[in-house]
Design a protein around this ligand. Structure first.
Ligand SMILES: [Zn+2]
Ligand SMILES: [Zn+2]
Length: 374
């Protein structure tokens, strides 16, 4: 057993050595090199765009890769499709497209129309939208249901004795204080509307939440995919794993940016992604409300850091409001003016989100121990 542990540690050490992150952090829009604007359409999934117009009965190169995409985010299960995905546009693929279109508020056609593929190639959170074929986004809703926020299966949350949470950064990333302040701002968005407090710790062993940038395979069975594609993923409470793709380039500007100022680019707004992933760390799943923080996708160049009404009602369902604040009504009013969807707090729902296997948790714990020792 000890030998296996040492072997695992050695392998992880090797991973850390051979896969340094290439992430760059830009402090403002004007510092982004022109190449990043030229590469705006570059994506891990850009080859999907050539599949526009495909329909049932066709066999086209690339459809197997698209099926893997749907499998990754929970729309195709191996029980319905097996492990070998073919290039056939079959009923399984059509059903996945239907569900995806419902979840992302697209016209439900079951075909690979241009608007569906435009949505598919957008960078997004690596957490799945469904598990075991169950969706808690739009596709899993009953008629007349207005709630959109969702939770992980079993509705896990931090226990009531734990209202002061700590977070720490993986030391190997050597993040600057400026980058760390982006995460502090993101945590504050959630502490403003809940009884939770977040404090930075220097010890990743003692911290409740560990934040790290990793490139490619990094020991939890959810490898990152290079620039764009998946941007980050996070675990449900109380695991506290927050991983970001070390191959992305990030904007760490504090100022508000409108799309008019920041055109489409392959540089991703770090605070927007951090606020979303912290929502997962606290127990929220994905939402179909497009202006909600918990909506799964964000385009390069977009900035979305304000909690929407849907996010606030979801998180307050788990923890209640901030006893020292206005309970989020201020943030809620801000989101209402920007089109937040109506949502109730009484329904109990579950979200089939990121399933962290015992082995991956053990691997990450080992990784944490190792980094602490180094
Ligand atoms: Zn997510
Ligand atoms: Zn990970």
């Amino acid at each position: 057993m000890r030998f296996l542990q040492l072997l695992t540690i050695s392998c992880l050490l090797l991973l850390l050595i051979v896969k340094p992150i290439s992430a760059k952090f830009y402090t403002n829009v004007s510092s982004i090199p022109p190449l990043h604007f030229l590469n705006a359409t570059r994506s891990a999934w850009e080859t999907f765009e050539k599949l526009t117009g495909c329909h049932v009965g066709e066999k086209i190169d690339g459809l197997s890769k698209l099926k893997q995409y749907f499998h990754r985010f929970g729309y195709i299960t191996t029980t319905t499709a097996g492990d070998n995905f073919t290039d056939d546009f079959d009923d399984v693929l059509q059903s996945a497209i239907n569900t995806y279109q419902k979840n992302f508020n697209l016209k439900v056609t079951g075909n690979l129309d241009a608007s569906t593929l435009r949505q598919i190639v957008k960078p997004r959170c690596g957490n799945p939208d469904m598990i075991d074929g169950t969706s808690e986004m739009n596709a899993g809703k009953k008629l007349r249901t207005t709630e959109r926020y969702s939770f992980f299966p079993g509705k896990p949350r931090w226990p009531s004795r734990k209202r002061d949470l700590t977070y720490a950064f993986v030391p190997q990333n050597n993040l600057t204080d400026e980058v760390k302040r982006v995460f502090a701002r993101a945590f504050t968005r959630w502490s403003e509307v809940t009884p939770l407090n977040f404090t930075r710790s220097e010890s990743i062993l003692r911290a409740d939440i560990v934040i790290g940038f990793f490139a490619g395979e990094h020991g939890d069975g959810e490898p990152f995919d290079g620039a764009m594609g998946t941007l980050a993923h996070a675990s449900s409470p109380p695991t506290g794993m927050f991983h970001l793709d070390g191959d992305e380039d990030w904007l760490i500007s504090e100022g508000e940016i409108s799309r008019g100022i920041l055109p489409v680019t392959s540089v991703v707004d770090l605070e927007s992604v951090a606020v979303h992933e912290i929502g997962h760390l606290l127990g929220l799943g994905h939402s179909s409300v497009e202006n909600a923080i918990m909506y799964p996708a964000i385009a390069g160049g977009d900035r979305k850091v304000e909690l929407a009404k849907d996010d606030i009602e979801g998180i307050q369902h788990l923890y209640g409001g901030n006893p020292n604040g206005d309970g989020g009504s201020q943030a809620s009013r801000r989101s209402e003016t920007s089109g937040g969807a109506e949502s109730g707090v009484d329904s109990i729902r579950r979200w089939d989100g990121l399933a962290i296997s015992l082995s991956s948790i053990a691997t990450c714990l080992l990784l944490s121990c190792l980094i602490e020792l180094l």
